[in-house]
Design a protein around this ligand. Structure first.
Ligand code: SAM
Ligand code: SF4
Ligand code: SF4
Length: 345
């Protein structure tokens, strides 16, 4: 482990000199959508075995681990899933996490289906700072084809308004583009959210997990998405809000806001990857494309002290060498990987 002093928090760096700054907590592997690029129905059907409740980390266990992560330099936590809002009493977890001293940002990625105005307000009151809502089309028929559970787009658009009204800002939208499926959504998505104080981030379709039938031919490079939008509404590049930001940012020259491009396949950003990921059952995963994680649940359910867990995490991070996206093209296809709906992006 290499540790240096940055203000009062020791900074642990991995083998590629990347510090540990963000933690993504997946609170459930269940979801009420079956997005075709994430949880295809043929795999995640009625026979699929989701984790039993007893295997999920409890809110107390999650909060304890989160506190230890913050003591190691984490400043930003994002709740994700599966769909985080299907986990019961999530406000309680938000409340507990928001109290952690030293934590600067607490966000959530959600499909928005359960984000009613009341829910948005109660999450805000509990201490959630902001939300990212995933939405892959504004056309209702296309959106229903994407979520594959006949969920209407109106409800998600209302969730965006609910988030804005509740002050869960800045509100961002994640839009995954898959060639031949929803590339027709690029311009309508940009058109709808321009001037609405909401940033759409277009994400390249990724080869996460082993069930979504990913092929490189189905990826529309972020640069193409950018060109299409720029042709319609000229854009200019702007600086990242913070070092290591995964989205490249562009501003509409006519002042109607901005868009982001997350080109994880064509422009890997492994060198800036400062994220650790905690799965619902307490596995620590240091790369989105990992095959398995390190079992933290047995530590939190055993006799290990906070200091022992801290040492363990510090050691794990210091030995991290992940850079899958930089290697993608040279790797054997079909390597076992954790599903996106399990670890949460
Ligand atoms: N259910 C929540 C949601 O959809 O916002 C949170 C979990 S979801 C796995 C997190 C993010 O991963 C979403 O924005 C989703 O669009 C994105 N995602 C899922 N599968 C993907 C894939 N194959 N390539 C790129 N992004 C993907
Ligand atoms: Fe569910 Fe999110 Fe995956 Fe869609 S992307 S199936 S909403 S976990
Ligand atoms: Fe981080 Fe792994 Fe993605 Fe590279 S491939 S950016 S190391 S999660």
């Amino acid at each position: 482990m290499s540790a240096t002093s940055k203000e009062s928090t020791p900074v642990v760096k991995d083998r590629r000199r990347r510090s540990l700054e963000d933690l993504r907590i997946s609170v459930t592997d269940r979801c009420n959508f079956r997005c075709v690029y994430c949880m295809p129905k043929e795999v995640f059907g009625s026979q699929f075995q989701f984790l039993p409740r007893s295997e999920l980390l409890t809110f107390d266990e999650i909060t304890r681990l989160a506190r230890i992560f913050v003591s190691l330099g984490v400043r930003k936590i994002r709740l994700t899933g599966g769909e985080p809002l299907v986990r019961r009493n999530l406000d309680t977890l938000v409340q507990d996490l928001a109290k952690i001293e030293g934590l600067e940002d607490l966000a959530m990625t959600t499909n928005g289906s359960l984000l009613t105005p009341n829910r948005a307000q109660s999450l805000k009151a509990a201490g959630l700072k902001r939300v990212t809502i995933s939405l892959d089309a504004v056309d209702d028929a296309l959106f229903q084809k994407m979520n594959d559970v006949d969920f209407s787009v109106e409800k998600v658009l209302s969730a965006v308004d609910a988030a804005l009204d509740a002050g869960l800002r800045p509100v961002k939208i994640n839009t995954v583009i898959k060639k031949g499926l929803n590339d027709s959504a690029i311009l309508p998505m940009a058109a709808y959210f321009r001037g609405r104080d909401v940033t759409v981030r277009f994400i390249e379709f990724m080869d996460v997990g082993n069930t979504n039938g990913w092929r490189l031919e189905d990826v529309i490079p972020g640069d193409d998405v950018l060109r299409r939008i720029d042709h319609e509404w000229p854009l200019e590049a702007i600086a990242p809000t913070r070092p290591g930001e995964v989205a490249t940012r562009y501003r509409y020259r006519d002042g109607q806001g901005e868009v982001g491009i997350i080109a994880s396949v064509t422009r890997p950003f492994c060198q800036q990857c400062t994220r650790a990921r905690l799965s619902p059952e307490g596995q620590l995963v240091t790369c989105l494309f990992g095959a398995q994680g390190d079992d933290l649940r047995s530590l939190v359910r055993g006799t290990a002290s906070d200091e022992e867990i801290r040492e363990h995490l510090s050691h794990l991070w210091a030995n991290r060498d992940d850079h899958y996206s930089e290697l993608r093209r040279s790797l054997t296809p079909g390597l076992p990987k954790i599903e996106m709906s399990h670890i949460g992006g």
